[in-house]
Design a binder for this molecule. Structure first.
Ligand SMILES: Cc1cc2nc3c(=O)[nH]c(=O)nc-3n(C[C@H](O)[C@H](O)[C@H](O)COP(=O)(O)OP(=O)(O)OC[C@H]3O[C@@H](n4cnc5c(N)ncnc54)[C@H](O)[C@@H]3O)c2cc1C
Length: 414
């Protein structure tokens, strides 16, 4: 595959852009692969990429029932941070954040990583104590965060009203190297690199069954026929329960819709990401000028990938005290994705009761930020049977009562 570079852009400009390669090949399924990954979202594609890059395993198919990146990966609000409370979480999220720093160079694809800083507002005394505790935990974990004063919050984000009557801003947990990235580009960049290594990305190919012999996985049935494999990775976010059902085991998670919306574009108004967890809302400004706004999950389980009016109203209402300028903005569009939420708000990266079958799910409302770290660890787990990044995230933690409780850090949509 030809490399993207300033020179390549200049060369193509001189010949009407006729020399670009397709970013990834259109593949048809072979009879057999060493590894099949189900789900061409960020986590599935990153897993395939690190299987090839770190372990030389390239006889890989990535099967996607829709179009690649069309699940939650292309629907999120792109917040990247690693200021989690528990050690195993901080390890995998910080690995991911550090990989984001060099992802554009690594993939030779501009993912527009923008470390503009993320602040999580403390708007109750309880939150002040909680975030101060997280800042101390982060210091011990080597994750760079700090608890900042209301005056510093105002300095970093002048459009904010920090003296609201109900929820005044009492401080914030600030991660200066957190930020955002272009979500589609993350999926496209990994897809291009996987295709370049000879892997097959097969879109419009839904997995409808999992075949097994003597307790070991042997392949999958799909809408494009049966395909055999040595190892199977299920990476389908909100549809994990359905896939696990095909494999004959159950998962401790629920699928719910999470929604987001954007305003009409306006001139630059804020250059950091703000999360207000007490009122359930978070906001950043896209490069196009739209205010990107996210709220909480639906209160009931469902598989509807769309937004609803009451959510748009509730989320904007929640934020308006802190961001009065929102009252003057028109909202442009809204959407939803199906997220997979576990009881302890931590992901599952694990072997399963079916030998050769692995599962990566449970990222819930906050897995975009984890994509490279998750792919790195899950590829190691699939290749070697063990990874220090995923050790604590096994399915066994639920039967052993060994939860990785991130409900304080991740209980809100983000
Ligand atoms: C509105 C919203 C806002 C969010 N905001 C943030 C945020 O700011 N920061 C953050 O870190 N995270 C955020 N998230 C969460 C984040 O988007 C997800 O955790 C992450 O994208 C999950 O990636 P994935 O690759 O696991 O899943 P997905 O991207 O959903 O990919 C799974 C793929 O599997 C495919 N699939 C399903 N079933 C089958 C089948 N039977 N056969 C073949 N393919 C199948 C699907 O079509 C899909 O493409 C948000 C999510 C939503 C919905």
């Amino acid at each position: 595959m030809k490399r993207y570079s300033a020179f390549a852009i200049a060369r193509e400009a001189l010949r009407d852009h006729t020399g670009w390669d397709r970013a990834w090949r259109k593949a048809q399924p072979k009879k057999r692969y060493d590894v099949i990954i189900v789900g061409a979202g960020g986590h599935g594609l990153a897993t395939a990429y690190y299987l090839g890059k770190n372990f030389g395993i390239t006889n890989v198919a990535i099967l996607e029932k829709g179009w690649l990146g069309g699940g939650n990966t292309g629907r999120n609000t792109t917040i990247i941070r690693s200021n989690y409370l528990q050690d195993p979480s901080a390890a995998i999220y910080e690995k991911a954040r550090s990989l984001y720093e060099t992802m554009s160079q690594d993939l030779n694809y501009n993912v527009m990583f923008s470390p503009r800083g993320v602040m999580m507002l403390a708007q109750t005394e309880h939150e002040v104590r909680g975030y101060q505790r997280t800042a101390h935990a982060n210091a011990l974990q080597g994750v760079s965060t700090e608890f900042i004063s209301p005056a510093r919050v105002k300095e970093l984000c002048p459009i904010m009203n920090i003296n609201g009557p109900r929820y005044p801003v009492l401080g914030a947990l600030w991660q200066a190297r957190g930020g955002t990235a272009r979500h589609d580009a993350v999926a496209w960049g990994y897809a291009r690199a996987c295709s370049d290594m000879g892997m097959d990305i097969i879109q419009q190919c839904a997995v409808t069954g999992v075949s097994q012999e003597g307790g070991k996985v042997t392949g999958v049935s799909t809408t494009k026929g049966d395909i055999a494999c040595e190892k199977l990775g299920m990476v389908v976010a909100g549809h994990s329960g359905a896939l696990a059902d095909m494999g004959g085991f159950r998962l401790p998670l629920e699928s719910v819709a999470l929604q987001a919306l954007v305003s009409e574009p306006i001139k630059p108004a804020m250059d950091c990401v703000v999360m207000a967890n007490t009122v359930h809302g978070y906001m950043s400004q896209s490069d196009k000028g739209e205010m990107v706004i996210g709220g909480g999950t639906d209160a009931f389980n469902n598989y509807t990938q769309r937004g609803s009016f009451h959510h748009a109203e509730e989320t904007v209402r929640a934020l308006i005290e802190t961001f009065p300028m929102l009252s003057r903005l028109k909202m442009l569009r809204q959407w939803g994705g199906i997220v997979d939420v576990t009881g302890d708000r931590s992901p599952i990266l694990s072997k399963t009761p079916l030998e050769g079958c692995f599962i990566n799910c449970g990222w819930g409302t906050g897995g975009f930020k984890a994509i490279p770290g998750s792919g790195w660890g899950f590829a190691e787990l699939m290749a070697r049977g063990q990874s220090p990044l995923t050790d604590q995230f096994g399915l066994n933690r639920f039967s052993e009562g060994r939860f990785i409780d991130e409900s304080v850090a991740a209980g809100v949509a983000h």
